[in-house]
Design a binder for this molecule. Sequence first.
Ligand code: 7TS
Length: 409
Amino acid sequence: MNSREIRELFPILNQEVNGNPLVYLDSAATSQKPVQVIEALDRYYREYNSNVHRGVHTLGTRATDGYEGAREKVRKFINAKSIEEVIFTRGTTTSLNTVAASYGRANLSEGDEIVISYMEHHSNIIPWQQVAKATGATLKYLPLQEDGTISIEDARQTITSNTKIVSIMQVSNVLGVINPIKEIAQIAHQHGAIMVVDGAQSAPHVKVDVQDLDCDFFAFSGHKMCGPTGIGVLYGKKQLLENMEPIEFGGEMIDFVGLYESTWKELPWKFEGGTPIIAGAIGLGAAIDFLQEIGLENIEAHEHKLAAYALEKMSAIEGMTIYGPMDSAKRAGVVTFNLSDVHPHDVATVLDAEGIAVRAGHHCAQPLMKWLKVSATARASFYLYNTEDEIDKLVQGLVKTKEYFSDVF
Ligand code: 7TS
């Protein structure tokens, strides 16, 4: 499938915004959805909407098959050993909070250390701050190199025998850098710590193999990988999940309920209290089918090409500051920048008038903004449906922005 054929599968892209063809460069916030996913959701609600795991009736069985079939698709997608290791959640945020609240609270005490990095998303910072406060553990930050990458040497220095949990993003939503998760997991394991991976920006863009990474937990969101909002995944190694307590209690997750004591279902259902996100999971399954048809290696190669093109064209604009490594091999399809003294919100507003959607702000990474010594940045992020022609439009829009605010240059 060429990129024009891929674009045609995304109906939303075929529209004008403010009188210009839409150029959607905000996929790191949420990706657009192909017809396959929209139709899978539509089919579920029109043809077999029903609750799961309870009915003998035909619709209930079809819904259960759809929901559990999606779990098997996720298992294959990340190469987990069994479906017991695949828990459906609301998204990356819920997945990381589950690990912190369940594993963290049970396994941390005073003197223990949790290691994260300066580039983490708030979802991979605050749950650890909270569990550190509750248990007396200490939160430690892996420093960044000057270009925003993590060095193995720094990981060796920061992770010690006191470290119990290391939690790092695989791909940064701001700098676009791809972190050496496999090597960091090895260091964590040498010290008896577990490795948690925030895969929100990697699962959509690079081939993920949780067994090869040898991570203990891996969290990601469906909506950033062509799936619906409200569905995500927590992968965890079976022996860890088996020893963990659920954090939500109620229907669906129980085996037996007495007046004062109850017991839980087996994995993975003990972590899925309440009516699950049935349509979401089915939609995510359709998204995975779609991504695999295109091929993750093709998506990754396409994004590297776009990132290289964008870095080259954007860095030629006078007054442009691009954050993160300039070597496109070190990054995925995210380019974060500031244009001279123009506030990033003004940059995004002028671009929006041209039909170009970028994000401006702190990108839920305030500690990283502090490290970069800025309060905010603008960010263009690419996915399989973006083209070099759209990057040309972005560059033209940025030149226009510069002219518009020429008094500040
Ligand atoms: N981790 C990373 C690395 C992310 O980029 C995001 C969302 C999350 C966690 C949280 O994911 P959620 O699906 O639970 O919300 N990142 C962004 C972003 O960069 N712009 O908007 C959301």
